[in-house]
Design a protein around this ligand. Sequence first.
Ligand SMILES: CNc1ncnc2c1ncn2[C@@H]1O[C@H](COP(=O)(O)O)[C@@H](O)[C@H]1O
Ligand SMILES: [Zn+2]
Length: 363
Amino acid sequence: MEWCRELPKIELHAHLNGSVRDSTLLELAKDLGEKGVIAFADVVHVIMKNGRSLPECFKLFDLYHLLTTDHQTVTRITKEVIEDFAAENVVYLELRTTPKKNEAKGMTKCSYMKAVIDGIRAVDTVDVDFDTSGTSDVNCSEATPLNCIGSPINRKKIYVRLLLSIDRRETTAAAMETVNLAIDLKNFGVVGIDLSGNPVIGEWQTFLPALKHAKELGLPITLHCGEVPNHKEIQAMLDICPQRIGHACFLVEEEWKRVKFLKIPVEICLTSNIRTERFSSIYDHFFADLYKANHQVALCTDDSGLFSTTLSNEFYLAASTFGLNKNEMFLLARSAIQSTFADEEVKHELTKIFEDAENRLII
Ligand SMILES: CNc1ncnc2c1ncn2[C@@H]1O[C@H](COP(=O)(O)O)[C@@H](O)[C@H]1O
Ligand SMILES: [Zn+2]
């Protein structure tokens, strides 16, 4: 396990609100309990959880959002989540989050994202590389593009990029707003769009215009695909050739053939899939099939807070279940570079990080 922690890793599928520390959630719940907004005693055992079904997860997210959705807290959790990933030697984090409008809190999708960006700037225990490619300003804020924070030798460094999520509960107009915001924030580390949320809610036709718009504007897309056996939707998702898909638990042979033919990288979240009972046993998971077929995969956490996991743990789990040796784990971790939505320069930098680590880790 210690070796898995030392291994440099690339995280491509992590939801901000699903990655919050339990201790922070408890602190926030206590605070809201004291203010009479929630009944603390009722939520404590919900936060301190173990196994949970997929429908339960989405009920929990509503609770999480109640606890976390004000600007200051969004900034705080973003900072902590980045620090937690960096502590696991994640060297590149593509963090995804759903921009939220909340009139009662004076929050717009744009001001929510500004709070996220403020959280990235607030990280001070590790060096953060955030996109600095432009000079334009965020319309709703006084934010300016971030600069790489100076990097004294021996400090950990993490590249952070953002994906904006469309929640399946949203309307076409709200989804479109998210895509337009992603374009506006291209110089603030936003590199793509995600579609997520409860897979039994919402119609594909609702999100399609926004996803097409993103495609036309050259914004990469990753989709939560096949979290439930909705084959009509899986087909429609593959029809738009997303740059990546996540989960893919219920794909059938014909659909896998298409994924392989189209060479669509798959984000694999083992613990999440097992906890939400997408597979009855980890040995039934499709990881081994894709791995053997040399198909591009990336191990990911999904919701490290909700499922009490880390990316190091996901590597350990994959290795111990499917019999990967150190060299194979190293190559698996490194190969995720190709699937990032980062620019070529960053991919080059990441390659160097892995080259430097290789001699140290594999003897
Ligand atoms: C368990 N598998 C999953 N399947 C689908 N969507 C998921 C998910 N886990 C998380 N989310 C999505 O991410 C949101 C929380 O983070 P943000 O508020 O965006 O930062 C959830 O509300 C849900 O829409
Ligand atoms: Zn997810």
